[in-house]
Design a binder for this molecule. Structure first.
Ligand code: PLP
Length: 437
């Protein structure tokens, strides 16, 4: 079937609530190239939203998965254990930031990992409240949707939401919540957490603060160097746990195993998913042993969590990131992408901000660089044209005006250059009045 026929099949069978960015259906994919059912090739600048860090069909992942499929596909870890679960837990415990002893258990999706991190935090502290951030994203189940900030399309019409969740502004420097400028501001926004204890919820009721070290869905918002340390210190002063949601930022994406390392902060609990399983549903909750082991036996768990095939894929991912120097590569790729974007910004003032860290790179589009009015329509047109020109891409931002790049960390130089050339040509195509040309 061709793309049009599959689009019709979809329309007749799948509800419209399921996202559909472009009428493109995959036939096969290899590293950073995706070929559709009509034989058209696309450069993959989305990597399945930060999942395929080691590229599509990496031979080591394929080999591990095939070998596992021949042995057994499911026992339920709680009934009959297997070594790959234990080895992968060991890997995460070794690589998670901080020196304290760690423990890890597995679930199926990012949202499920966040749900469980909240359960553990509440259990361990005996407190009920959670503080999350504006522009944060933690998933679409009810607890995680309650933590998620963005209203449209995620929250609108789905309430009521979980109680005892409070939200404070994040360190979004381009749109500073306090209308200050870094570094003169002294990172004042970190004090909004302290402020919340007077205005929203008593500190002694707060189990955890949950933060993405770099906000993903929010638009690749990177806080200043001192921010996370300040947040952690305030948490510690009040016996509050810090949960790092590393679902999008983890597994080498930012040039470190986990993004919190950039801030020198060891979270008490950490969630992983996406790139951990290289496309096989897998998510983890990793945390300090003294916290994780408070929960009574069978207090957490799930039928499929830590599925054997996904765990084998996860072990291959660790092996590939280590063996192919992908942490260093993430930094090189991100610098290269951002420098091309910065060059583009000189010609197009509607590119209000170029930002990111490691291989998270984004542009935020505005109608006017002075007013910073979000240019959501331009972003939409740009993204559609990118698809039409052969680049798979993903948007972001509360105002839908951010285009983020999440290339596989294994992308070849020439494929990256090809994708970036298309980005430049496409931007010229969609922006009516480029300044300076
Ligand atoms: C930071 C973060 N947390 C949680 C999630 C939810 O993960 P999942 O879609 O696997 O439930 C996502 C997904 O984009 C995410 O980026």
């Amino acid at each position: 079937m061709n793309n049009a026929e599959l689009t019709a099949l979809r329309a007749g069978n799948v509800p419209r609530g399921v996202p559909a960015t472009a009428p493109v259906y995959v036939a096969r994919a290899k590293n950073a190239l995706v070929t559709d059912v009509e034989g058209r090739e696309y450069v993959d600048f989305a990597a399945g939203i930060g999942v395929m860090n080691v590229g599509h069909c990496h031979p080591k992942v394929v080999e591990a998965v095939k070998a596992q499929a021949d042995l057994y596909s499911h026992t339920c870890f709680g009934l009959v254990g297997y070594e790959s679960y234990l080895r992968l837990a060991e890997k995460l415990n070794q690589h998670a930031p901080g020196d304290s002893a760690k423990r890890t258990f597995f679930v199926n999706s990012g949202a499920e990992a966040v749900e469980n991190a909240v359960k553990v935090a509440r259990y361990a502290t005996g407190r009920k409240s959670i503080i999350a951030f504006e522009d944060g994203f933690h998933g679409r189940t009810f607890m995680t949707l309650s933590l998620t900030s963005q209203v449209s399309p995620y929250k609108i019409g789905f309430g009521p939401y979980a109680s005892d969740i409070y939200r404070i502004p994040y360190a979004y420097c381009y749109r500073c919540p306090l209308a200050l400028t870094y570094p003169a501001c002294g990172c004042e926004c970190a004090n909004l957490l302290q402020n919340a204890f007077d205005k929203h919820v008593g500190a002694e009721d707060v189990a955890a603060v949950i933060a993405e070290p770099v906000q993903g869905e929010g638009g690749f918002i990177v806080p200043p160097p001192e921010y996370m340390g300040r947040i952690k210190k305030i948490c510690e002063d009040h016996g509050i746990l810090l949960i790092a949601d590393e679902i999008q930022t983890g597994m080498g994406r930012t040039g470190k195993w986990f993004a919190m390392e950039h801030w020198g902060v060891a979270p008490d609990l950490m969630t992983t998913a996406k790139a951990l399983g290289a496309g096989f549903p897998l998510a983890g909750v990793t945390g300090r042993q003294d916290i994780m082991d408070t929960v009574h036996p069978s207090g957490v768990g799930t039928t499929y969590g830590g599925n054997p095939t996904a765990c084998r894929a996860g072990l291959a991912v660790f092996d590939i990131i280590e063996g192919e120097g992908l942490l260093e590569r993430a930094t090189v790729l991100g610098d290269r992408i951002r420098s091309r974007f910065k060059a583009l910004q000189k010609h197009y003032p509607v590119i209000g901000d170029v930002r990111g860290i490691g291989a998270m790179a984004a542009i935020e589009l505005v109608e006017d660089p002075e007013t910073k009015k979000p240019a959501g329509d331009l972003a939409k047109a740009f993204r559609a044209a990118l698809y039409a020109n052969g680049v798979i891409n993903v948007g972001a931002g509360t105002y839908h005006n951010v285009v983020r790049v999440l290339v596989p960390l294994t992308i070849e130089d020439d494929t990256l250059a090809r994708g970036l050339d298309i980005v430049e040509e496409t931007f010229a195509q969609v922006s009516a009045s480029p300044a300076g040309s």
